[in-house]
Design a protein around this ligand. Structure first.
Ligand code: UD1
Ligand code: CA
Length: 459
């Protein structure tokens, strides 16, 4: 069914989240690369309702994260979820308001759509979404008359012992007709264990007035309904991580030992790629198909082409071309761009440098601020000397195509090695090398005949 009524969404995020013991507002704590609140905003945006968020007075961090995507309303002091709604209603203009807790990243767009569609289809004046949980903990319990008609929500702290056995909980997701809600809000009283204004009291008020109030049980399975402390934050990450893995499996990705792997929400991975144990793919990372990532690879905002391999390496803000190889044990720092069929082998550090197709930095090198063209081989232990100890800007090294840099070279930048040139092992290259030349820049070997024998004889 299409949603035809006008609906605004109100996200409650004005609480201080004291149980997190943090300087960061609770709903801005990260889960798989996004603040918790982002998942709520995303789900609501996907069903095309405009999100209005209730924040504490200090909301710079919210604005920095979400910019103009949200309408912000401040709740100057924290007097409970009902008070947060009172504050938020000043920005609501639609006929209906869908209310969600900002500390609930689990609800999917299907859950919101379910409440909206069932609520409107049944002509409800108010509706609440419930879920069955194995361990309902401190959540509000759903009260039903003789197990049937919904009669209200009782907070765990206000509940009688036998009510705590109820496993059906309030998810903190509600639908109200705006005009009715405004009226009920004026009548809320903080008469409960926490001395707070509870939004849930509006539901029982509505029932007492003979309004149609429905409680729908979520069709999708729920394991948690909110994040209140660091333990629940970790559990939330696990739940969303599982969802992410399941979508990757459906796309044809293999994950070896998933309990050791972390993959952020926005990461994309192509078919037949294998992510091996101990790997961590973060931020906006994208990986092509037929790749092998890991074991123990960390990719942060990396772009990896088809058929590439990254083993036991750390890669940040870099591009790895198709069929290229990285590792084991290398560090690609921001601005590294490897073309196809290139290689950065063991124990190398590369920064702000490009490596052309088929080029190789196989062993123990530092390459910084260099442009390396195609089919170049950098000998073991060679480094670019890009920093003169004074100037802020680093000096560049340019290596043209088909160059062979011998082992253990120092390339003192700024310097260019022109096309097809060779440099001898152990050279310290301080000026440009002409095309096709052999540059030798090392001390000439001297053999002192009989020196050892004389030394041992004390001469
Ligand atoms: C609330 C519900 C509970 C439900 C649970 C689901 C009430 C009274 N109880 O409990 O029935 O099972 O959520 O997770 O609503 N907030 C404000 N301003 C405030 C206080 C809270 O904006 O003054 C916001 C919080 O930022 C949070 C949400 O409201 O996002 C819920 O508040 P919280 O204190 O976490 O409520 P719970 O005790 O978890
Ligand atoms: Ca909560």
């Amino acid at each position: 069914m299409m949603v035809s009524a006008s609906v605004d969404a109100l996200i409650l995020a004005g609480g201080l989240g004291t149980r997190m013991k943090s300087a960061t507002p609770k709903v801005l704590h990260g889960i798989l690369g996004h603040p918790m609140l982002w998942y709520v905003v995303q789900a609501l945006s996907n069903i095309s309702v405009h999100p209005i968020v209730v924040t504490p007075a200090q909301n710079d961090a919210f604005r920095a994260e979400f910019g103009d995507a949200l309408t912000y309303v401040v709740q100057p002091e924290q007097h409970g979820s009902g008070h947060a709604v009172q504050c938020g209603m000043e920005a609501v203009t639609a006929e209906y308001v869908l209310i969600a807790n900002g500390d609930n990243p689990f609800a999917t767009e299907d859950d919101y759509r379910q409440l909206l569609e069932q609520g409107l289809a049944n002509g409800a004046d108010a509706a609440v979404l419930a879920a069955r949980l194995d361990s309902p903990g401190q959540l509000g319990r759903i009260l039903r008359k003789d197990g049937g008609a919904f009669v209200g929500v009782v907070e765990a702290r206000d509940a009688r012992p036998e009510q705590l056995d109820i496993q059906e909980v309030n998810t903190g997701i509600y639908l109200f007709r705006s005009t009715d809600l405004r009226e009920w809000l004026t009548r809320l009283r903080p008469e409960n264990a926490q001395g707070e204004y509870y939004i849930t009291d509006c539901l029982s008020m509505a029932i007492r007035e003979g309004k149609k109030v429905h409680c729908f049980t979520a069709r999708s399975p729920w394991q948690m309904a909110g994040v209140n402390d660091r333990g629940e934050l970790a559990a939330a990450s696990d739940i969303l991580q599982k969802r992410k893995f399941e979508s990757l499996y459906r796309d044809g990705v293999t994950i070896d030992l998933p309990s050791t792997v972390r993959i952020d929400w926005d990461v994309t991975i192509g078919r037949d790629t294998e992510v091996r144990q101990g790997s961590c793919l973060k931020g906006s990372t994208s990986v092509g198909s037929l790749c092998v990532i890991g074991p123990n690879a960390t990719l942060v905002n990396a772009r990896v082409g088809d058929g590439a391999t990254v083993v036991s390496s750390h890669v940040e803000d870099s591009v790895i071309g198709a069929n290229s190889v990285v590792g084991p044990f290398s560090f690609l720092r921001p601005g590294t761009v490897m073309a196809e069929h290139s290689k950065v082998g063991a124990f190398c550090e590369i920064k702000a440098s490009s490596l052309g197709a088929g080029s190789k930095v196989p062993h123990l090198s530092y390459i910084g601020d260099a442009s390396i063209a195609e089919n170049v081989n950098i000998g073991a232990g060679s480094i670019t000397c890009n920093y003169d100890g004074f100037s802020h800007a680093k000096h560049r090294t340019v290596i043209e195509k088909n160059v062979f840099i011998g082992a253990n070279n120092n390339l003192v930048a700024p310097v260019t090695v022109h096309e097809g040139a060779y440099t001898a092992t152990g050279s310290t290259i301080t000026h440009d090398v002409p095309a096709d030349a052999l540059a030798i820049a090392r001390a000439v070997q001297v053999d002192k005949e009989g020196w050892v024998r004389r030394k041992k004889n004390g001469q």
